[in-house]
Design a protein around this ligand. Sequence first.
Ligand SMILES: Nc1ncnc2c1ncn2[C@@H]1O[C@H](COP(=O)(O)OP(=O)(O)OP(=O)(O)O)[C@@H](O)[C@H]1O
Ligand SMILES: [Mg+2]
Length: 272
Amino acid sequence: MNLPGAPPKVSLPGVKNVIAVASGKGGVGKSTVATNLALALSMLGRRVGLLDADIYGPSIPIMMGVDQTFDPNLTQFPLERHGIKLMSIGFLVKPETAMIWRGPMVHKYITVFLTQVSWDQLDYLVIDLPPGTGDAQLTLTQTAPLSGAIIVTTPQDVSLIDARKGLEMFRQVRVPILGIVENMSYFIGDGGKRYEIFRHGGGKKLAQETGVPFLGEIPIDPAIAECGDTGDPIVHKLPDNPVSKTYLTLASAVSAEVAKLGTPGELPTLQL
Ligand SMILES: Nc1ncnc2c1ncn2[C@@H]1O[C@H](COP(=O)(O)OP(=O)(O)OP(=O)(O)O)[C@@H](O)[C@H]1O
Ligand SMILES: [Mg+2]
């Protein structure tokens, strides 16, 4: 449903589930989680699209290895890389170009990206949101026909405070919270020794306190950053890496939560 005074929601008849990946705080790994989650859902046999809604700082072009800009002719989008469909403002303007747009412009672009890009038939459209809980994020959550939202946090308190704000924003606009993901949860060093660099368990605790599902923990691993920086995310580049298995488990958990929402188009959950 839409709240009074909110911009009209667009309709995406061919897309079964639209999932926002969000956080209150910047730099916690939303884009990395969104990208690897999208690829993991695709590896589980789903048809997947990834929309970079971070018009202020798009990351998907770099993470998915698209290092060129295109004419503003929307018929050529979405692009397809590593088996998933993609759209980002970074395909139209160089990602380093500063975008200074207020809510109405954000609304316009997101509407165009949702409706004039031929997403066709998808099981999941994953939307990577910009950090924060301001005007732009609110506009995005009210424009896209979201099935649910995933909140990404790191374990330490400063991130958790902002994650809670992000979570409350979705609650206020009545978007179901699919759950919380703790990113940079732990580090496995040489010899298998485990280090909890930013502490550990804050994500699960926040999930308990707010009564939402806890979807899983992703470790800190330099390979995650390296694969993202070189345009071939770890789930795709190194599918047998233990980290990739954690993303696959996450994708399965997300799929299970979506099924619980009773979305008519959800496929039966796959067991890993
Ligand atoms: N689990 C991880 N292990 C190692 N590096 C990671 C991990 N998750 C993310 N990173 C790295 O941390 C940096 C920030 O990640 P990312 O861009 O995904 O965050 P973000 O929340 O989308 O940021 P922003 O708020 O700016 O959109 C990137 O360099 C990324 O490669
Ligand atoms: Mg990002």
